[in-house]
Design a protein around this ligand. Structure first.
Ligand code: HEM
Length: 88
């Protein structure tokens, strides 16, 4: 997956709610390592992010019909790469 393209996808589609890896709707559910480990269904894995982005969860919209599979894979890579390396 293309992490650089994932950053662009993130800016355009995710940053409204998740700027800087935060969460403006549910503040404890950030995109940081500890929160992903604790809350993300399936654990802190690229595939878990792909699932949540494709299908949505509660107040987070589903992107399955709006982003391509490649775009979703890229943004998931970007989220996991950024969280794993504490880059938020
Ligand atoms: C949760 C990614 C767009 C609202 C999450 C989580 C991830 C994620 C990985 C799990 C965080 C955790 O459990 O600690 C993304 C990506 C997006 C995106 C990659 C863009 C493709 C959005 C947008 C909104 C939003 C636009 C607001 C309209 C939320 C909410 C949660 C959440 C409310 C918590 C869901 C719950 O567990 O109830 N997001 N998100 N997300 N996101 Fe997003």
């Amino acid at each position: 997956a293309d992490v650089g393209n994932g950053e662009s996808v993130f800016s355009a589609n995710c940053a409204a709610c998740h700027a800087g890896g935060q969460n403006v709707i549910m503040p404890e559910k950030t995109l940081q390592k500890d929160a992903l480990t604790q809350y993300l269904a399936g654990g802190m894995k690229e595939q878990s992010v792909v699932m949540q982005v494709t299908n949505g969860k509660n107040a987070m919209p589903a992107f399955g019909g709006r982003l391509s599979e490649d775009e979703i894979n890229d943004v998931a890579s970007y989220v996991i790469d950024t969280a794993s390396n504490d880059k938020w």
